[in-house]
Design a protein around this ligand. Structure first.
Ligand SMILES: Nc1ncnc2c1ncn2[C@@H]1O[C@H](COP(=O)(O)OP(=O)(O)OP(=O)(O)O)[C@@H](O)[C@H]1O
Length: 329
């Protein structure tokens, strides 16, 4: 669906913020199955980027490449200014990765897991203990610190996993489906934790199948489909890409409602609620012309609301043509 691809907007406020992650033409196949077919990314430092895609779209593959766990077949990428091919160690030193390949060892306690991470980062013993205690406290795990991690709930394990990642004080964090399988309360806890990280200046690269999650957290969202980025933009920009948006005018005076309905011609009437639904992309230009028209005809609505399609609509519109699990190329 090439017509739906949105160019990344030009930065007009002086020098561009530095990119935490940038990639050009990333490609990856497994055997004859093409998983990533030329991915370009630019994620400004300090922002949250969400990579959305259906099952098997290649989200985890992208994270693995950018975090240097596997190599791309083609293309280039830099993370915090370090080339992933030529300086993988420098990349690993500045990133944290959590998600489907969790580092939590269930046989040892939460605290022991944390201390192990501190050792891996060569923190002196005292400093390691302090960092571990601080992070366990911050992630509400102090009470469970002496229990084996295998006894933790899904939400606690995710929090421990993220706490372990933070021992190294990474400036860029890859979160691969951070809330999959969590109950609503744990999801909201995780969202708050992610927001706190961003407030501290951390860049977050998130993969998710939850559209509300991308909507809540991400500054920019890219939809991955058939190995390519089908669309990229803020949640609002993406919602404007597909039809379904409308403006609703509600009246309390039946006479005003009727004359508006007649004058307007197009649109859907709801005689019960005295409201008119007018197709619109919700853009400033369309709203202005609607308001100008209302003014010129002397019609006064009691309420005007703009409805944009939600991310679900966008996601299904962009990915409905694909069956990535079955598509072998
Ligand atoms: N090591 C591998 N060998 C062969 N095929 C693989 C390998 N890893 C992943 N794949 C295939 O590549 C495709 C993309 O997988 P990937 O895990 O990146 O998708 P995803 O978007 O993260 O999906 P999910 O949301 O289900 O985790 C899938 O079809 C998967 O089966």
């Amino acid at each position: 669906m090439p017509s739906l691809v949105m160019p990344t907007p030009k930065w007009s406020g002086g020098p561009q913020p530095p990119a935490a992650v940038s990639a050009v033409g990333l490609r990856k196949s497994y055997g004859d199955k093409l998983v990533l077919d030329g991915i370009d990314l630019r994620i400004p430092a300090g922002s949250v980027f969400a990579l959305l895609g259906p099952n098997g779209a290649g989200k985890t593959t992208a994270v693995k490449i950018l975090s240097t766990l596997i190599a791309a077949d083609d293309g280039q990428a830099e993370v915090a200014g370090h080339d992933i091919d030529t300086s993988p160690q420098a990349v690993r030193a500045v990133i944290g990765v959590t998600g489907q390949f969790s580092a939590v060892d269930g046989l040892i306690t939460g605290e022991e897991n944390m201390l192990l991470m501190a050792d891996l980062h060569h923190l002196p013993r005292g400093e390691g203990r302090r960092a571990a205690a601080g992070l366990l406290e911050r992630f509400d795990l102090t009470g469970a610190a002496k229990k084996p991690a295998s006894t933790y709930s899904g939400g606690m394990k995710r929090r421990l996993d993220l706490a372990m990642t933070l021992v190294g004080n990474p400036r860029i964090i890859f979160l691969d489906e951070p809330t999959t399988g969590l109950d609503p309360r744990s999801r909201h806890n995780m969202w708050n934790i992610i927001r706190e990280l961003v407030a501290d200046g951390v860049t977050v690269f998130l993969t998710t199948q939850h559209l509300d999650e991308a909507d809540e957290l991400a500054d920019r969202i890219a939809v991955l489909n058939n190995g390519r980025i089908a669309a990229e933009g803020s949640a609002d920009e993406l919602k404007r890409l597909i039809p379904g948006g409308h403006v609703r005018l509600r009246f309390s005076d039946p006479a005003a409602y009727r004359s508006a309905a007649v004058a307007l011609g197009e649109g859907t009437r709801d005689d019960e609620t005295l409201s008119l639904r007018i197709p619109s992309d919700g853009s400033q230009r369309e709203l202005r012309s609607l308001l100008d028209w209302l003014d010129s005809t002397g019609i006064e609505a009691d309420e005007l609301t703009v409805h944009t399609p939600d991310l679900d609509d966008v996601f299904f519109a962009l990915t409905s043509s694909s069956q990535p699990e079955e598509t072998a190329r």
